[in-house]
Design a protein around this ligand. Structure first.
Ligand code: APR
Length: 261
């Protein structure tokens, strides 16, 4: 299995998309692995607008438990490695996550795009209300105790439920289309549009350069065939040594992966 660091040149743009797998080694359960969240929760009951309409207290119990649990967890070496990559690449790195925990931020990343929302934020359930999502540390365990917005509507988790449109998709697609390297870490490839982003990586782009898509995880994802390379292993095993951003290939001795001419 290829374990050579990937050489990132000074002009390369990188997009990293993370899924629940990057937080697994921090103790946050994934969804579809053995013992995952969807083993003892029905998606339609706790992560859909229909579930919210039927029993908002049940939805809040699910997210309050996750909100409380995430606080007990700490970032791992993979989160910190991506924060280090951001410190070297700056705006040339777009870190997109399907995760709703804040471990990327607590691991040092400042520019994180949460396409499925954030556990630490709540918002008004009324889409016509102008109240912005807000930091909310409260835990709710029954419908009666759900807070109300100033407009009178209920406060809901700032999470993208099944059937709702993920956030910032225009910006995400633009970033993937113009990147030189697309690295996906720890996601089963079961949920779209996130799982379809890799298909935007055309092998040869308009300027003749090539882009590359690499998957990192302990098992191939459902969309494995869309990647040029699969690196099998956990996020903490692979991500900390995955990137090398020194000035040029000449500055190093030893084998490095160069994905462009
Ligand atoms: N390191 C890297 N990857 C791991 C690790 C690890 N230590 N442990 C597990 N994985 C991988 C699994 O192999 C699996 O492919 O993480 C992936 C987790 O897949 P899912 O549980 O399906 O999570 P994810 O792909 O992030 O789910 C996508 O579905 O339920 C919705 O909105 C929710 O954002 C979520 C979306």
């Amino acid at each position: 299995m290829n374990s050579r660091p990937i050489f990132i040149a000074s002009h390369h743009r990188v997009v990293v998309l993370t899924g629940a797998g990057i937080s697994a080694e921090s103790g946050i359960r994934t969804f579809r692995d053995a013992g995952g969240l969807w083993e003892n929760h029905r998606i339609e009951e706790v992560a859909s607008p229909e579930g919210w309409a039927a029993d908002p207290g049940n939805v809040w119990r699910f997210y309050s438990a996750r909100r409380a649990q995430a606080r007990e967890c700490v970032p791992n070496a993979a989160h910190r490695a991506l924060a280090d990559l951001e410190s070297k690449l700056g705006e040339r790195l777009e870190l997109i996550t399907q995760n709703v925990d804040d471990l990327h931020e607590r691991g040092g990343s400042n520019r994180v795009l949460h396409m499925h929302g954030q556990l630490e934020l709540s918002r008004c359930e009324d889409t016509a209300c102008r109240t912005q999502p807000f930091l909310d540390s409260r835990l709710y365990f029954s419908t009666e105790h759900i807070a109300r917005c100033t407009c009178g509507a209920r406060i809901r988790p700032h999470i993208v439920w099944f059937g709702e449109e993920p956030f910032e998709m225009r910006r995400i697609k633009a970033a993937v289309l113009r990147c030189d390297l697309f690295v996906v870490v720890g996601t089963s490839g079961a949920v779209y549009p996130a799982a379809g982003l890799v298909n935007l990586i055309t092998s040869r782009r308009h300027d003749g350069s090539t882009a590359k898509a690499i998957y990192v995880g302990p098992e191939p994802p459902l969309n494995a065939s869309s990647f040029q390379e699969i690196r099998l292993g956990t996020a903490c095993e692979i991500v900390p040594t995955l990137f090398d951003c020194r000035r040029s290939l000449r500055d190093r001795n030893g084998p490095y992966e160069s994905f462009t001419e």
